[in-house]
Ligand binder design. Sequence first.
Ligand code: NI
Length: 183
Amino acid sequence: MSVREILLFPDRRLRMKAREVSEYSSQLAELAEDLLETMYAAPGIGLAATQLGIMKRIFVMDCSSEEEAGDPRVLVNPRIVWASEDKEKRDEGCLSLPGQFAEVTRPASVVMAYRDLQGESFEERLEGLWARCAQHELDHLDGKLFIHRISSVKRQIISRKAKKAVREASLNNSNPQKKKDGE
Ligand code: NI
């Protein structure tokens, strides 16, 4: 297992669409372990393979609270099969946009179909932060960031700030400060 480097906006690979997973190999299991280790180290509550520059449809998440035991989840080839009409507005962040946050409106609850690392199929209803995080990560697999779900004015402001932060970080030769709760 290893902690890998998370791509930062505006890296163009973050805009690429990932391909379906067809081989449930030990390599895929290793990727899932690296995703989890990288996510926990960040720290964050979700991470998609595209954020490591790997164009495979797999993401991990763990939205359990600090008081709860960890609940690491791996979703392969995830898709939304049902979304509630009920929408919710909530602040989102992203490990690829450290320090940037914006309110994003999404369905409050979704049913996601996915496979596990052995290729077995599941369907699961997700609520609250889990539903929010899963939708955010699924967007990553389609080359979409949370800033593509807000107004263009807000997107430009965040995009400018994020680019500046990346520039300053590379000048200081250190990583921009990462906030907890990043996805
Ligand atoms: Ni993200």
